[in-house]
Design a protein around this ligand. Structure first.
Ligand SMILES: [Zn+2]
Length: 313
């Protein structure tokens, strides 16, 4: 028993019915579909068979055309074809929908839909929370730029991803290429936590970053300094909590070589310093660590941007 789709695909004056693979009937206007897709334009302009000589299925005097897409895909797809004043653009947050949408768009020769699907895959919210799934979908759909962008976003997450439902959409070689890219980015950003030229260049002299030296520049600081030449600038040892931050960050960046990792770790350090109760550091840590982490995050992203995803496109 067929069911009728919801608004706006239930219009009483519609002039054709599309029936999805799972038996939902969409009452739609030929004009909108013809304007959106050359495929439908051709389909609807085919000459009508003479009366009585047709095996065209009819319902309420409207032709019923069965399509192979399911109702969810068809709903998303038709929303793209309709003017946006009549139907909201479909939400593409569910990534598996993207692939069936894209397959439908290509089948019905809708360049505009392909473009919108690409835009949906470039949605920062989806990319930031589900980068590996975006990568898989984009690669499977052979979308070059979207694949590269998604790969870059996977750097925010651990090298070895957790199991995810779309993993079967890519080959083992493609997954290996992604892991190799991730590893190469980790290697590329490591020098930034060992060689601090980026820091000394930025601040110019110890006056530019007195907060880094704790008790040396502020007698009321009780945080201590680390007597390790690797973490000393202009011959002065740096405050303990900053060295801890940098050492922990170095480890974290091995797994997640992204500017996002730098900023998140800085947030944690700000909280830690404030909770230890050193009045001298607590009052200035946020402003200074935000500036420093933004600078380092930029350098990390620049170093990773120089690494290529080695994949045939
Ligand atoms: Zn202090």
């Amino acid at each position: 028993m067929a069911t009728c789709a919801s608004a706006p695909f239930d219009h009483a004056q519609a002039d054709v019915i599309l029936r999805s693979a799972d038996g939902v009937e969409f009452r739609v206007f030929k004009l909108f579909l013809s304007l959106a897709s050359p495929f439908f334009e051709t389909l609807f302009s085919l000459p009508q068979a003479p009366d009585g000589a047709t095996d065209q299925e009819m319902k309420d005097d409207l032709a019923v055309i069965a399509v192979s897409e399911d109702s969810k895909t068809l709903d998303s797809f038709l929303r793209f074809c309709y003017p946006s004043t009549l139907a909201d653009d479909p939400s593409l947050e569910n990534l598996t929908d993207v692939l069936s949408m894209l397959a439908a768009a290509r089948k019905y020769s809708l360049d505009l839909i392909e473009k919108k699907v690409c835009q949906a895959l470039a949605n920062p919210k989806v990319l930031e929370t589900e980068p590996i799934r975006c990568f898989t979908v984009a690669r499977n759909a052979r979308l070059t730029q979207e694949t590269i962008t998604a790969a870059r976003h996977t750097l925010r997450q651990p090298l070895i991803p957790a199991q995810f439902s779309e993993i079967g959409l890519i080959t083992a070689s493609e997954l290996l290429a992604l892991l190799t890219y991730h590893k190469n980015c980790s290697t590329a950003v490591q020098p930034l936590t060992k060689d601090f030229k980026w820091l000394t260049d930025h601040y110019g002299s110890y006056n530019g970053c007195a907060w880094l030296f704790g008790p040396y520049c502020n007698g009321s600081c009780r945080c201590g300094q680390v007597t390790d030449k690797r973490f000393s600038f202009w011959g002065i040892h740096t405050v303990t909590w900053w060295v801890t931050y940098m050492q922990e960050l170095s480890e974290l960046l091995m797994d997640r070589p992204s500017g996002d990792t730098v900023r998140t770790a800085a947030e944690r350090t700000i909280q830690t310093v404030r909770s230890t109760g050193c009045a001298a550091c607590s009052s200035i840590v946020k402003e200074n660590m935000t500036e420093l982490s933004n600078l380092l995050a930029l350098k990390v992203d620049e170093a990773a941007a120089a690494i290529e995803l080695e994949m045939d496109f």
